[in-house]
Design a binder for this molecule. Structure first.
Ligand SMILES: [Zn+2]
Length: 293
């Protein structure tokens, strides 16, 4: 028979995981939609800029022939030429990406901080230096990473175009669908995630949520209340072995490392795990925010 203690612990875990999902739902939906809109904008802008070279893509085109002879170019549009255009597109959309990400991640940090506040009675401040540093650093890295992936996908599409000698019309369509691919279903690899945009949103906002929660706990520690943490999983069959191993570990000090080497979730993109925290010494923090015996 499952002990009452383990049933209570299970219910507590489910509540923490569900609360996190519910707290992030609207932000995940918003960021997913924002990313789809921004990729569409990038696709339109890039194809418009690239169209200045479309004459080179006609196989019979004199311009194409002249260009290839003059430049001894293997490709109708060189890497240097299209990369310059892509960098213009990146600049054009950078501010909009930053706004979407900072809005989403800020809301997630706050939600994570608030969730911890309920447990420990400390207010999370989005304007604090650690919160602002996290937003600036993660937001910037994410934009760079997202754009790099998109650029790599453009390179693949263009390479295929040169190889198969696509017309300008075909290339435009293929580029458009390559950008659209980022917002269409990923297939059976990720059951709880539908698109690349949603994967990014769930991952980045999940991370921000855990960070907000962690920062609140750190605030409490700097006030002299030591905190312990435990890794929680969704508890279903899809939980990865690495996350299960982390959850089997005992309570750790707040800055301790789990078996995977992480200090907190997420362990990988799309990870659904969270943390439970308590005042050090085995007493549930939520049971007595006053921290008494
Ligand atoms: Zn996980």
């Amino acid at each position: 028979m499952a002990s009452l203690t383990s049933l209570v612990a299970e219910a507590k875990t489910a509540a923490i995981i569900l609360n996190k999902e519910a707290a992030l739902e609207a932000s995940v939906e918003q960021l997913t939609a924002d990313l789809a809109r921004l990729w569409k904008r990038q696709s339109r802008a890039f194809i418009r800029l690239l169209s200045q070279y479309k004459g080179r893509l006609s196989r019979q085109g004199l311009e194409s022939l002249a260009y290839r002879i003059a430049a001894e170019a293997a490709d109708p549009i060189s890497e240097g030429e299209w990369v310059e255009l892509w960098e213009d597109v990146e600049k054009l959309t950078e501010a909009a990406f930053a706004t979407a990400l900072v809005n989403g991640m800020g809301a997630a940090l706050q939600a994570g901080g608030d969730a911890e506040t309920l447990a420990l009675g400390v207010a999370f401040d989005l304007a604090s230096q650690p919160a602002q540093d996290f937003l600036a650093e993660k937001g910037g890295l994410l934009i760079t990473r997202v754009n790099k992936t998109t650029k790599d996908q453009i390179r693949v599409t263009l390479g295929k175009s040169w190889e198969e000698k696509w017309s300008w019309g075909r290339l435009g369509k293929e580029l458009e669908s390559r950008f659209a691919d980022m917002t269409t279903p990923l297939g059976p690899v990720a059951k709880h995630i539908r698109t690349r945009g949603e994967l990014i949103a769930i991952t980045e906002l999940g991370n921000a949520f855990e960070e907000g929660s962690m920062q609140t706990a750190q605030t409490l520690e700097s006030a002299g209340v030591m905190i312990e943490k435990k890794w929680l999983t969704s508890g279903d069959a899809r939980v990865s072995a690495g996350c299960r191993e982390n959850s089997a570990a005992d309570w750790l000090a707040l800055n301790g490392l789990f078996p995977s080497g992480h200090t907190r979730p997420l362990r990988f993109p799309g990870c659904r795990c969270s943390l439970e925290k308590r005042v050090a010494g085995g007493q549930r923090a939520s049971a007595d925010p006053g921290g008494g015996a």
